[in-house]
Design a protein around this ligand. Sequence first.
Ligand code: SF4
Length: 496
Amino acid sequence: DWTASVIKQAEIDKYLDGGKDFIDEEQIFADIEKHKNPDKQQVRDILQKSLDIKILTPAETATLLNVEDPELLHEMQEAALEVKKKVYDNRIVFFAPLYLSNLCVNSCKYCGFRAENKDEVRHVLTMDEVRDEVAAVIDEGHKRMIAVYGEHPKNGADYIAESISTIYSVKRTTPTGNGFNNIRRVNVNAAPMEIADMKKLWRAGIGTFQVFQETYHRGRYAELHPANTVKGNYRWRLYAMHRAMEAGVDDVAIGALFGLYDWKFDVMGLVHHAWDLEKHFGIGPHTVSFPRMQPAPGSFLSEHSPYIVSDEAMKRVVSVLRLAIPYSGLIVTARENPVLKRDLINHYGCTQTDASSKLGIGAYAKKLKQEENPDKVQFMLGDQRSLDEVICELANDGMITSFCTAGYRCGRTGDKIMNLLEKGVEGKFCKLNAVLTFREYLNDYASPETREIGEKLIARELQEIENMPFFTDKKLLPTFRSYYDRIARGERDLYM
Ligand code: SF4
């Protein structure tokens, strides 16, 4: 009954075209087949289009997916990195995941939280427990969070909206006693919702709304998601972002779980998804995720899928996505091992990651009983390092950590931010805000080693900013300099 009451068929039908959704499987297979052994010049022309920060067509994406020539693959990697530099420069955005509930009515075959997994201890965090968790995350130095919820009536839109407000309400004095730290952007990964519920999240101050399609292939999707569950409805999920946009949540995040089906097909699915959002709303996804399936407690499939994606294939996934949807942020998470994660950030175009992540319910504050069993998580992490360790490593590679959350607080979201990203303007604001938030981190949380490396990096960034005509022309430098000095003296959360 609950399943039937959740799905509003009219909110799916309005986006169908002649009764069809935007995933035309025959066309995707035909595109992949037709563009095998692509011509060198054709590939180079497509790379040039990406370098002009234009979204690629599905046919162009299929062409890149079929490149096997090592020389062309190298050119693709270089172009992907160039695109990343143009749009995001050397910034890496950090966030922390917070799991608020492991109650779930679904039974996805690859997931440790699935309803039929009776070994799982179930819990929904109370608001007091949310505050404890958030405090522990803030004390690591984080300022951005993705709140993750299972799909269950007990953690529906009202609970999510209340928990977003609770997360924003927590403020912690910094370890040095200089000012405070808080979570300034709460993104949400939750079940697809109806438009009225999305509006509740919008009013509560949601940042980005994230739903992964898992796989865009209908047959495989049906095998993995029992039909009698909400998640068994492929189209309810497929149009979750359309409903979010309609409700006013204009930063949306799409993704697929790689390893469930053929990786080339799912890259094509993501690109079709981006195109359909562009078609209806004039903007594509704010971020794209491509988590790779990892072993999950009690899940046979997670270790024996015939579609497991190799490290080399993951690098191609990231390159092609970077080129195909050049303005979107690309997220690589702590699911991946430290070596691959570093490589995907430094050499392939990922722009966001997490660190010091804990996936158990109540795992940050460690006040709940079920945390005594470390197996009770949705999947296993490949990178368990602290935020400081990862920031230090990447700073050493020349990547500046950004906790920037200015965009949505200054109204630079949705089509406004997409236009600015395409023109390379938002990146300039991000550069200033990255330096301001990195200054905060170095003062408040950095270990001596990170501080030493970070000070050198920030000095280089300040030099660059002083020499960029954009900032002089826009008369931004005096404000930036004054904010930087005020932060160095102990003020917090100044942004442009
Ligand atoms: Fe529930 Fe999500 Fe796990 Fe599926 S993947 S069982 S919806 S928590």
